[in-house]
Design a protein around this ligand. Structure first.
Ligand code: FEC
Length: 317
């Protein structure tokens, strides 16, 4: 008997494919409003500083999607009547979320699961991907269920804790509790707090769970990469945190752990590795960052677990 094919819509932020696509990409992020020449030049300069003609997020997403498909089918090849086929759906670049849904339907998929390559739920982040996928699936008559968050999955916590442990070893001769570990995630406009959005709470839960596993006593949470808009964004921003803890607490060693991101990309390679690192040198801080998850097998297993659970739950109903 042939296996039932389950489509997996793997959603991620998306990135340009070349420097000349940055304007269109930025315009899409700004919901169709083109950036000013200054804003465009500023973003181009950030990409130029990290990419040199190569956009790491695209390749990382490709590898994560292939890795998840392989893991799902490897883990469930013997015991399951299901076969998993992964499709990409990107928020701000091709193939868009809607294209991924359309492709599944063209391929004859009837049942699907959507998952985002970001572990924490916010109406403005994961909620945005889900809304678009749901609308397109409803239009095309595809049954689709969504994984909304997986921020406390034990294998995710294990992968992140191992990264914190190994990054702490880079502070040679420094006692562990003298290193301030700062867990970070992308800031969002403060207005999410009025909507009782779970994002800040989930991020704190992940941070606490890692701190407990690793036995950290000296840690805090900070926001990064806030947008340049008139509305207030969630803070404190990590750059302000670095200034404050240096001036007021005489901290000398800092480890940044960007738990809100799962891949090497602009917000990690520029905002942390270039911008925060430059400030750290100015402040005389030793700053390190944990390695990104990328295709860590534990991350692939986390995704595989949550997708499989959602697929089987949907089929039982
Ligand atoms: O490497 C790359 O090419 C892409 C890196 C990238 C990731 C990413 C993830 C998140 N964002 C989130 C929220 C917002 C909000 C705005 C916003 C704007 C930008 C801009 C760039 C950008 N984001 Fe992003 N984000 C990445 C890149 N992001 C570039 C535009 C310039 C700038 O502001 O720096 C503001 C939109 C507006 O103007 O209205 C809000 C969230 C995530 C993490 C979850 C996820 O991955 O979906 C939340 C990666």
């Amino acid at each position: 008997m042939s296996k039932q094919r389950i489509g997996v819509l793997v959603m991620s932020y998306g990135t340009p494919e070349s420097l000349d696509q940055i304007e269109a990409y930025y315009t899409h992020i700004r919901r169709g409003n083109p950036p000013s020449p200054e804003q465009l030049a500023e973003l181009k300069a950030r990409y130029e500083a990290i990419v040199g003609g190569f956009f790491p997020l695209r390749e990382n997403t490709n590898k994560q999607v292939a890795g998840l498909e392989a893991e799902l089918n490897r883990e469930h090849s013997g015991d399951s009547e299901l076969e998993f086929v992964c499709y990409q759906g990107l928020k701000h670049a091709l193939p868009y979320v809607e294209d991924g849904v359309e492709m599944m339907v063209k391929d004859g998929i009837r049942q699907a699961v959507g998952v985002v390559l970001a572990p924490h739920f916010s109406t403005m982040s994961v909620g945005g991907y889900v809304k678009r996928a749901k609308e397109k699936a409803a239009e095309l008559g595809l049954a689709i269920d969504f994984v909304l968050s997986y921020h406390l999955h034990p294998l995710l916590l294990e992968a992140l804790s191992t990264r914190v442990e190994s990054a702490l070893e880079r502070f040679e001769g420094v006692a562990r509790d003298e290193v301030r570990v700062i867990f970070t995630a992308h800031s969002l406009p403060e207005k999410i707090l009025e909507m009782n959005d779970p994002y800040p709470q989930q991020l704190l839960e992940t941070s606490k769970a890692i701190a407990e596993r690793v036995g950290l006593t000296n840690w805090q949470f900070g926001w990064q990469s806030a947008g340049q808009t008139a509305t207030p964004w969630l803070g404190p921003d990590i750059l302000d945190v670095l200034r404050t803890i240096t001036a007021e607490e005489q901290v000398k060693n800092v480890l940044l752990c960007p738990i809100g991101f799962v891949s090497d990309h602009l917000e990690v390679l520029y905002d942390i590795d270039i911008e925060a690192q430059a400030l750290a040198s100015e402040l005389g801080l030793h700053l390190e960052r944990t390695e990104s998850l990328n295709t860590d097998p534990l991350y692939m297993q986390t995704l595989s677990d949550v997708v499989y659970a959602k697929a089987t739950e949907a089929l039982k109903v």
